[in-house]
Design a protein around this ligand. Structure first.
Ligand code: HEC
Ligand code: HEC
Ligand code: HEC
Length: 129
């Protein structure tokens, strides 16, 4: 009785199936959220601060803006390039990024973040006016 070749074949098939998820996904990463820019944002080309900074630090920037407005009655933000912005979540951020659902929400849903800001701040300043 010689079952060696059957056992070996079985082992090869078993190994291939068990490791399938690993080699099938080799070199691939989960796609990020497909966020969209409005025409207004595209025309402006840049955000309040450089994109990499915004991507990582926009929450801190919003906190700073809130602090300056609410505690210091200071409403003008001057960025690193000397450009001035009204420190406002609805009137500035959502003026350029007026497609909140396709921009802020899409990324937040992807990252499971639920900012509670919209309990008070309006999401559609343009329509509400
Ligand atoms: C003058 C228009 C304008 C304003 C105002 C503005 N943005 Fe932006 N924002 C842009 C543009 C344009 C980009 C994309 C830049 C690029 O493609 O490199 C961007 C990029 C971003 C990104 C990074 C997106 C990514 O690709 O990962 C975040 C986050 C962001 N903005 C949040 C904000 C927040 C929060 C505010 C308010 C504090 C704000 N933006 C105000 C135009 C604006
Ligand atoms: C490129 C992805 C991306 C985009 C676009 C984006 N955010 Fe965020 N946002 C995040 C992530 C990720 C966090 C959580 C960061 C953390 O917990 O440190 C976050 C956190 C926040 C927070 C803090 C929430 C909390 O509960 O602490 C606020 C406020 C916020 N985002 C506002 C905005 C606004 C307003 C826009 C649109 C103008 C926007 N974000 C667009 C990825 C994004
Ligand atoms: C309980 C209600 C409430 C919530 C929730 C809230 N805010 Fe505010 N926020 C206010 C009020 C009131 C002001 C003062 C408005 C003014 O003086 O213009 C303000 C002012 C601000 C300002 C400066 C003025 C402006 O026009 O935006 C920023 C920036 C801001 N908040 C960011 C945030 C962010 C980011 C969140 C979520 C992480 C948030 N707020 C959640 C009530 C709220």
């Amino acid at each position: 009785m010689n079952d060696r070749k059957y056992i070996l074949t079985g082992l090869v098939i078993f190994f291939a199936i068990v490791t399938f998820p690993f080699w099938y996904n080799l070199g691939k990463a989960a796609p990020g959220p497909d966020i969209k820019l409005t025409e207004k944002a595209k025309a402006a080309k840049t955000c309040v601060m450089p994109t990499s900074y915004m991507r990582a630090e926009h929450m801190q920037l919003l906190d700073l803006w809130r602090h300056n407005v609410v505690r210091n009655a200071e409403r003008v933000f001057v960025n690193t390039e000397g450009k001035e912005f009204n420190m406002s979540l609805s009137n500035t951020c959502l003026d350029c990024h007026s497609n909140k659902a396709d921009f802020c929400d899409k990324c937040h849903n992807y990252s499971s973040v639920r900012p509670y800001c919209w309990d008070c701040h309006i999401e559609n300043p343009k329509e509400a006016k």
